[in-house]
Design a protein around this ligand. Structure first.
Ligand SMILES: Nc1ncnc2c1ncn2[C@@H]1O[C@H](COP(=O)(O)OP(=O)(O)OP(=O)(O)O)[C@@H](O)[C@H]1O
Ligand SMILES: [Mg+2]
Length: 284
């Protein structure tokens, strides 16, 4: 196996709070890697750095590509980064105002959120179509004239949406508003939405939160399917330890913004530092 994502000494501070302190870890291509740790350990902040919601203040986040690894921290650049505009001779355009998530998405990383973020008034299938905006033909004239290229892109997006609805078992609810779905179904729809962007890496932030045991079992099967059948690398934050232990190939433990342990589920389970972090006592 090769490394897909490599974090070297990533740090981020909010005022006086050190949310991430020199975090280094790697994620093997085709693996399920879990990030665990007590509340406030920095797990979501780490996802925010990897997915371009935040720019790490220090360190490297390297995504392997066919050529030279891509440093996502560099990619996000400064607040008002300049980039080449392919559609014109004007090479320098400001993008900083919009943030950097689209750049990271283009690099092949998708995510779900700790607090579900669906478009609740849109239908289930519309949520999956919106996710594919990058692949759609946005030329207004092409849309107005209903040109073949436009229709083809639209048909492809619909096909992809229904493919994923079938996988998550929500085809029958395609035209329901997302808000009408049960909590468990909303969580699965978020995963489907992320998968519609055809990512290489999917980051799931507490996908089992609020699920009943039956929904958690379904989720476990779905996550394993993403790895085994769809060859996607999975990075998952989760508090449900039985789920973590059953699906993960590798676990990284964060506490107060620092990596305190890494290893296989068995190794991590037996690590006294991990037990101490969870029990809130010192190592002894
Ligand atoms: N935007 C922000 N502004 C200020 N402080 C923040 C911000 N985001 C996170 N923090 C702080 O950074 C620390 C890490 O928070 P984070 O949300 O990453 O933890 P977490 O491990 O995801 O916790 P949980 O398991 O509760 O979701 C916390 O002390 C939190 O209060
Ligand atoms: Mg969190």
């Amino acid at each position: 196996m090769s490394t897909l994502l490599d974090l070297n000494s990533v740090s981020l501070q909010f005022g006086g709070i050190i949310a991430l302190n020199r975090v280094s870890l790697s994620v093997e291509e085709g693996s399920i890697t879990a990030i665990i740790g007590p509340n406030g350990a920095g797990k979501t902040t780490l996802f925010n750095c990897i997915t371009g919601f935040y720019r790490a203040q220090d360190g490297q986040i390297l995504l392997s590509t066919k050529h030279k690894p891509l440093d996502l921290v560099q990619l996000l650049g400064g607040k008002f980064r300049l980039f080449d505009a392919p559609w014109s001779n004007i090479k320098k355009v400001f993008y900083g105002f919009f943030g950097g998530t689209h750049l990271v998405a283009r690099a092949g990383i998708a995510r779900t959120f700790q607090n579900i973020r669906l478009f609740s008034e849109m239908t289930v299938v519309e949520n999956l179509l919106v996710a594919q905006h990058r692949h759609l033909n946005r030329n207004v004239l092409a849309g107005f004239l209903n040109l073949p290229g436009y229709r083809k892109a639209e048909a492809k997006a619909l096909e992809c949406a229904f493919f994923w609805l079938d996988i998550i078992g929500l085809s029958d609810l395609a035209n329901q508003p997302a808000a009408a779905l049960s909590y468990g179904n909303q969580r699965r729809l978020e995963i489907a939405r992320a998968m519609c962007t055809e990512p290489r890496l999917i980051c799931l932030d507490e996908p089992a939160a609020g699920l009943n045991p039956n929904e958690t079992d379904q989720l476990s099967l779905l996550v394993k399917r993403l790895r085994d059948e769809f060859k996607v690398t999975v990075l998952v934050i989760e508090h449900d330890m039985s789920l973590v232990m059953s699906i993960s190939d590798h676990i990284v433990v964060l506490n107060y913004g620092e990596v305190i342990a890494k290893g296989s589920p068995k190794e991590v389970q037996a690590n006294p530092k991990v037990l101490a972090a969870y029990l809130g006592s010192d190592e002894d």
